[in-house]
Design a protein around this ligand. Sequence first.
Ligand code: FE
Ligand code: FE
Ligand code: ZN
Length: 277
Amino acid sequence: MLYLGCHLSSTKGFLHMGEEALSIGANTFQFFTRNPRGSRAKAMDEQDAAALRRFMEEHGFSAFVAHAPYTLNACSANQQTREFALETMTDDLARLEYLPGNLYNFHPGSHVGQGAEEGIRQIAAALNQILQPGQHTTVLLETMAGKGSEVGRSFEELRAILEQVELKDKMGVCLDTCHVYDAGYDIVNDLDGVLREFDRVVGLDRLRAVHLNDSKNPMGSHKDRHEKIGQGSLGLEAAVRIVSHPLLQGLPFCLETPNELPGYQAEIALLRSRFQR
Ligand code: FE
Ligand code: FE
Ligand code: ZN
């Protein structure tokens, strides 16, 4: 089964996202848990959450990806910024308990001169406060492009975070194709080799979602500028190989390409037409 979807706006509620996804040929989706700038989330609508759960089951959706605000920084040099990330993520996870069995993705953070090792320690320390033994959401570290002082620019950095987390069964990784290519992993010419490397360093059993994006920049550029599928340095054939790869079957693939709904719908249709099982 190919679970393919895209980033959607959550402003009209939970069930609306499911319906919108279905209307563009998607069977998964992603959304921001709250405004990236502002921090306040709407009051939880339990009935709307229950309606989405039923809808996803009825229509054979995979888990969705709830994305933390990308402005959070769990390894800031500023203690208040770190605490804000911790509080926001704790609140997001409490809300997601109304939608059990889904995924919560976040950017590990930027160490801003503290060094990657200290950044990794702070991120793991935050996770050790945030994660609860009874939670029903898997928290994902996103692979990063390595822009500035971003942590998570290599599979080794992700492993180092995971190694320091106590509740490891609550953790996974989301692989962003634009980011890993920008980070220097050649998923265009050597997808098998990169997946082997991911398996060796992190473990493929930790891979729980994929962000499917083309990149405006060449491999190793550390830029993080997403491009439409087939219009960047990865190209369409690489995207087809990724969604069709035997080791990636069953994962949710979410597009985060620069598109409105009709553009997403066209990319989903194109990838479904080229999908090879
Ligand atoms: Fe992201
Ligand atoms: Fe992403
Ligand atoms: Zn990105």
